[in-house]
Design a protein around this ligand. Structure first.
Ligand code: ATP
Length: 199
């Protein structure tokens, strides 16, 4: 699987549409301090569904939208698209090229798309589950994360192995199922109460 293209518009310091093509091999991003190198990583993390503003180095989600300069109006929307070639069928989809898009408006509305079709955040998360590519997986490693792994903070080492071994998705599904069962138990209790009243 190859990450081939990142398109950013209105996200943090990227006011204009910026396209970064990734060729095979290693891509390095260089530039002076504050030019926006880390913003590129933030954009990748964000389009993959990151919800924690702290992980995006922002206080609130609105701050990820280009906030203008002396000569330029602030943007009303941030948009990031990330394209993959699914050549090894790692992603569970029949498509060979997959583009995920996320938009966020100043009004607080947000949208996700998979190959141009509107979808839910859950669809994006499910697509990348156990592939090592999601907003907080081992595909994006920051210095802070290395510290956490070395200190095994919040069982982070175990989490990493679980993601690599492909069992995260089962843990998530188990959690969802337990929640549904709890809901069903409550419904049964309620029905029992009603039956008791009728009888
Ligand atoms: P360093 O090498 O020092 O780590 P960097 O190249 O990684 O720097 P970033 O942290 O990616 O730089 O970018 C910081 C720049 O992004 C700052 O100039 C900041 O003003 C700008 N920036 C962040 N959020 C926004 C926003 N919402 N609108 C406009 N500019 C923004």
């Amino acid at each position: 699987m190859l990450l081939t293209k990142l398109e950013i518009k209105g996200f943090k310091s990227f006011a204009d549409k910026t396209v970064i093509n990734f060729n095979e091999g290693i891509t390095g991003i260089v530039g002076p301090n504050g030019c926006g190198k880390s913003n590129v990583i933030d954009a990748i993390r964000w389009v993959l569904g990151e919800q924690k503003t702290k992980a995006l180095r922002s206080e609130k989600m609105e701050n990820i939208i280009f906030n203008g300069t002396k000569n330029r109006k602030a943007a009303q929307m941030a948009e990031v698209s990330l394209t993959f070639i699914n050549n090894k069928s790692i992603l569970p989809t029949e498509y060979n090229n997959i583009t995920i898009t996320r938009r966020y408006y100043r009004t607080g509305d947000s949208e996700y798309e998979l190959n141009g079709v509107k979808c839910r955040l859950k669809d994006v998360t499910n697509l990348f589950l156990d592939t090592g590519i999601n907003s907080n997986s081992y595909a994006i490693i920051e210095l802070k994360m290395i510290d956490e792994l070395l200190n095994d903070k919040e069982n982070s080492r175990r989490g990493l192995f679980e993601e690599a071994a492909g069992i995260s998705k089962f843990k998530i599904r188990k959690k969802e199922t337990i929640k549904k069962l709890e809901g069903t138990d409550k419904d049964i209790e309620r029905i029992d109460d009603i039956l008791f009243e009728i009888e």
